[in-house]
Write a protein of this length. Structure first.
Length: 321
């Protein structure tokens, strides 16, 4: 394995770990700050940091492209998708555990797969369908103790699931729009535009002065959330530049397992601060099945193709051998 591939693996794992711990940190801030305000600061900090980085590199995006209404419309769709995803995901954390929110978030790549077929006319592979079915089965296993509550009563937990599923589905519009924008702009340039537009859109809804009411621990967690957004997406972009997109996507699907691992470890170390996941054995298995399904959707065709090629070189015995 060459150095570029190793670097790609490490960067993709960095993204998965940062995204895995993100909802745990956000959960610490939510009692004192509304979701819209948290997301406002996340976009503000990440956008400011990314603007400095791109300015130093001389890679700030040109706005000439958006003189055309078509590209301006695509940018608006991407902004709305990212805006809605961040708000709805943060809202789901008010009612769900960090692990549950991340597991539901794995619906995003499945939704993007379907949307890419319908909107961008991409082909859907059989392995993607199998992976999607595995993911859905894993979700049923993960929520096995709450299925009756989710489908029969409109409780806070049900609202959390609704917000989580909505966040995943709204993200699809961002994902499709970003695929179109990538034809003209680099991923980091697109993110800077989106962070800036989302910050402006959120300003009327946010309550920035609430930051003065945070204690030192909550303030540290809020700053970490902003840096997490910058570092997580930055590491992802660098991983894509060094390694194949399918393999990077496969490693990113490990995010819920990192959330589950960090939740367990932190609750053991500081039980007064961090809540332990309330999962039975079937729930833990379900989380693994969800991740396996998402991973198989991303790289299943490569594994299948490799097996087919390997099978093809096996010599067929002739008569008498």
């Amino acid at each position: 394995m060459n150095q570029q591939a190793v670097a790609g693996i490490l960067l993709a794992l960095t993204t998965a770990m940062f995204w895995g711990v993100l909802p745990i940190a956000m959960k610490q801030v939510l009692p004192a700050m509304e979701p819209a305000t948290i997301v406002f600061y996340r976009f503000l900090l990440a956008g400011s940091g990314l603007a400095v980085i791109l300015a130093l590199r001389g890679q700030l995006p040109s706005l000439k492209l958006f003189r055309k209404p078509r590209w301006l419309g695509v940018l608006a769709v991407a902004t709305g998708g990212l805006f809605g995803n961040f708000i709805l995901f943060s809202s789901s954390l008010q009612y769900l555990s960090p692990t549950a929110s991340q597991v539901i978030g794995q619906l995003s790549p499945v939704g993007l797969m379907v949307a890419s077929v319908v909107v961008l006319k991409e082909k859907m592979r059989g392995t993607q369908v199998i992976g999607a079915l595995m993911l859905l089965c894993g979700l049923v296993m993960f929520f096995n103790t709450s299925l009756v509550e989710i489908f029969t009563r409109l409780t806070d937990y049900t609202w959390g699931v609704i917000f989580g599923v909505s966040a995943a589905m709204v993200w699809v519009s961002y994902g499709v729009a970003q695929k179109v924008l990538l034809r003209r702009l680099a991923s980091q340039q697109i993110l800077l535009l989106l962070y800036t537009l989302c910050t402006i859109a959120l300003f009327p809804l946010a309550k920035p002065v609430v930051i003065m009411q945070l204690n030192s621990w909550q303030l540290a967690c809020l700053l970490f959330c902003g840096l997490n957004t910058l570092i997580g997406y930055g590491a992802l972009a660098e991983a894509m530049a060094r390694w194949q997109a399918a393999q990077v996507s496969a490693l990113i699907t490990l995010t819920p397992l990192f959330t589950l691992l960090f939740s367990d470890l932190l609750s053991l170390a500081w039980p007064d601060i961090f809540a332990a996941p309330t999962l039975n054995i079937l729930g833990y298995i379900g989380a693994c099945v969800v991740v396996s399904g998402a991973m198989y959707s991303a790289i299943g065709h490569r594994l299948w193709g490799r097996w087919r090629r390997k099978d093809a070189v096996v010599p067929v015995p002739r008569s008498g051998e």
